[in-house]
Design a protein. Structure first.
Length: 369
């Protein structure tokens, strides 16, 4: 499958297992993490730099008061000798180790990660998380029929919101796709994602053409770093804009919010937790957003992985993206986390829950101690 910008055929990913020396039921307590989607694996950075740096540090540098590992202190160790700026692939590597350490922490405490995050950061967790199904990729000749059955399957599964890809085809073809979707779902529950496929020349006419559909949002209309073009679109069109999945730092978020003209009453921020230095990086992004008037509820983190879901629930963010394709490695919820009427109800199982997804358990099996 593909979107306006990339095909996923050659996509790679990294999996990380942190093994502790705490033994329970004869086995070490471990923490698991798996990459986000849309960027490639981070094996080089992990093996060459970040894993050796953490292993070489003194435990005094990352221990918590009970002799466990404090993920926030470990994060500071990971970021030693790293310069400002140039965020690129580095945040995704750090984010993986951060995610594995939070999973470990939650398993040590025998609590779900959402509850641990709410405790640590003093938030009121959201046990019922609003979700939307993300799909509608281009799939070849039977595109409209495939789109139709994909949306029907999502509605049957309990979804009430759907997002489809645009800007990878001529405008007329995308209008047919949007109109096919609108036969099954109202405009305010349908979002479109241009995956940066439009530009200065094309974006205004596409916005003009899409405006009458009253869509939930138009996502990543143009290059994510063209802040002035975001500002021009936001000032000319009322339709909500969602963006941020390809900004990986608080510094980039600051520039977007300073210069991108986004509106705190309607626009959505989609920075990806795993690709943005993990929980610690995300807290800095949230603080930056708050300074610019954007509440935590304006965040809909990119990707659709379970780690993001736990963070959305624990930090009470606005909602969660889920991968619509049931065959996708990261799609679905563990038994116990249930989807109904467009929301998932979190459960009380310890950790993030990656190993409770059968396909993920297969990925991790060869890595386990
Ligand atoms: Mg997107």
């Amino acid at each position: 499958m593909r979107n306006a910008e990339i095909s996923f055929d050659d996509m790679t990913a990294s999996a990380v297992v942190v093994v502790s020396d705490l033994i329970r039921d004869g086995r070490p307590v471990i923490g698991l993490a798996f990459d986000s989607i849309g960027r490639y694996g981070h094996g080089g950075l992990l093996r060459e730099r970040f894993i050796p740096r953490l292993l070489a540090a003194s435990p005094d540098d990352y221990a918590d008061e009970r002799g466990g590992i404090d993920p926030r202190r470990a994060w500071s160790v990971l970021m030693r000798n790293e310069k400002s700026g140039g965020h690129g692939e580095r945040p995704g590597a750090v984010g993986l180790i951060d995610a594995a350490l939070w999973d470990l922490t939650a398993r040590v405490e025998q609590k779900p990660l959402w509850a641990v995050l709410a405790e640590r950061f003093g938030t009121t967790a959201t046990r019922s998380v609003a979700v939307y199904a993300s799909g509608g990729h281009y799939r070849g000749d039977d595109d409209l029929a495939a789109l139709n059955s994909e949306i029907r399957a999502c509605l049957d599964a309990g979804h009430r919101r759907f997002k489809l890809k645009i800007a990878g085809a001529p405008l007329d073809q995308d209008r047919r796709r949007i109109e096919a979707a609108l036969k099954l779902i109202d405009g305010d529950r349908l979002a479109v994602d241009a995956t940066a496929g439009l530009d200065e020349e094309t974006a205004p006419s596409w916005f003009e053409a899409l405006q009458p559909y009253r869509l939930a949002w138009i996502e990543e209309p143009v290059d994510p770093l063209d802040f002035d073009l975001h500002r021009a679109l936001a000032s000319a069109f009322a339709v909500p804009i969602a963006t941020g999945e390809n900004l990986f730092s608080a510094a980039d978020t600051r520039n977007l919010l300073r210069y991108g003209g986004l509106r705190p009453d309607r626009d959505w921020l989609q920075m990806d937790v795993s690709l943005s230095y993990g929980v610690e990086g995300y807290r800095r992004i949230l603080a930056q957003a708050e300074r610019h008037g954007f509440a935590a509820q304006r965040f809909l983190p990119h990707a659709g992985h379970l780690f993001a879901l736990q963070v959305v629930a624990g930090l009470a963010l606005g909602g969660h993206e889920t991968a619509a394709d049931p065959a996708a490695l990261i799609s679905g919820f563990p038994v116990g986390i249930t989807l109904r009427e467009g929301a998932v109800m979190m459960d009380d199982e310890p950790g993030v829950g990656l190993d409770r997804l059968p396909r993920m358990a297969d990925v991790f099996a060869p890595l386990l101690p």
